[in-house]
Structures are given as structure tokens and as C-alpha cells.
Ligand binder design. Structure first.
Ligand code: CO
Length: 172
């Protein structure tokens, strides 16, 4: 996302506790040759928190009650051998994950940990750019980006490199 702002105002507010981080800016000039500043900002948000369950149908009603949302139809992601349902609430979602078959990442997670929070997903409009920046810090990427449950490009990072939290990045 790009914002064009008044350059002096930008400089005056440079330490303002903005909720987003300016990651690029360039000087531009308007038609009176007055200097303005074009900012590119990342407007990332929490897309969902994913919870691994043995059976999505059994979990839906409780999470609907807790969140006040309505669970979506189940959607299968073939490449990950997982069935998913999203419950939207308060500007974010809970993603329920149920393994499809044995010997899948989610079935392993369930047998090892008994279920619970599996990953959190941050959505970004700077998908490729942000992947590069994260990789440049030394964080390993788990495979190439693929098409996730919402038909958007997603990628996961190695949880050992991200404080033992599995993080998914999703393109907005
Ligand atoms: Co997810």
C-alpha cells in the first residue's frame, strides 16, 4: 500500500507510534515542485490462529459459541492433506485443522501434542518482499510458497527459527 504524505508533516511525526512500520519511502515532488514523500507501508494483520483437532465437526460448535462466529464449510487442501474450516470474528479468524489420513503433518502433530494451537498466520500485501526480508535474517523457509485454504499464496517458516511458533505468511 502506498501513501503520499506531506513531507514536513511526515518528518514532524516520524516518531509517532504508528501501528505500521514504514519500510520504504522515496522523495517525490508535486506540480509546484514542493517536496512530498511517498511512503510504502506494510499493513499486515493477524489472518488466523490455527487449531489442530481430531474432528472438525466436533469442535465447530464450541468455537462458534466462544467466538460468536459461524464456521465455514470445510475445505480440503490436498497438498497438505488437511481439512479446514474458518470461523471469522472480530476482524480475524480461527482455522480448525483436521488431518485427512494418517502420516500427515497434522496427524503427527495430534499424536505428538494431542492437538492445540498449531500455527498463526500473518497476512501481508508485501508477500514476496517480506519473505525475502525474513529469509535475510537467517530464518529458514519450509518449502516454496503454495496455494493455501483460502486460495491465496502462503508459506511457512521453520519454527525453530521463530521462537518455536509455526508462522504462516499469507498474501493479502
Ligand atoms: Co493457516
Amino acid at each position: 500500500m502506498k501513501f503520499v504524505v506531506n513531507y514536513e508533516k511526515y518528518l514532524a511525526n516520524i516518531n509517532h507510534p504508528l501501528s505500521f512500520k514504514i519500510h520504504e519511502f522515496e522523495d517525490i515532488f508535486d506540480n509546484t515542485n514542493k517536496k512530498k514523500c511517498e511512503l510504502k507501508v506494510m499493513t499486515n494483520s493477524l489472518a488466523h490462529i490455527a487449531i489442530a483437532v481430531e474432528n472438525i465437526e466436533n469442535a465447530k460448535s464450541l468455537f462458534e459459541l466462544i467466538t460468536g462466529g459461524i464456521a465455514s464449510e470445510n475445505h480440503q487442501v490436498e497438498s497438505q492433506k488437511v481439512s479446514t474450516s474458518f470461523i471469522n470474528f472480530g476482524g480475524t479468524s480461527i482455522e480448525l485443522l483436521e488431518p485427512v489420513g494418517d502420516d500427515t503433518p497434522i496427524s503427527k502433530f495430534l499424536s505428538q501434542k494431542g492437538g492445540g494451537i498449531h500455527h498463526l498466520c500473518i497476512e501481508t500485501d508485501e508477500f514476496d518482499n517480506l519473505i525475502e526480508k525474513i529469509k535475510n535474517t537467517g530464518v529458514r523457509i519450509l518449502g516454496d510458497p503454495f496455494i493455501g485454504a483460502k486460495n491465496k499464496r502462503v508459506v511457512f517458516f521453520h519454527p525453530k527459527d521463530t521462537f518455536n511458533v509455526l508462522i504462516e505468511l499469507e498474501e493479502k
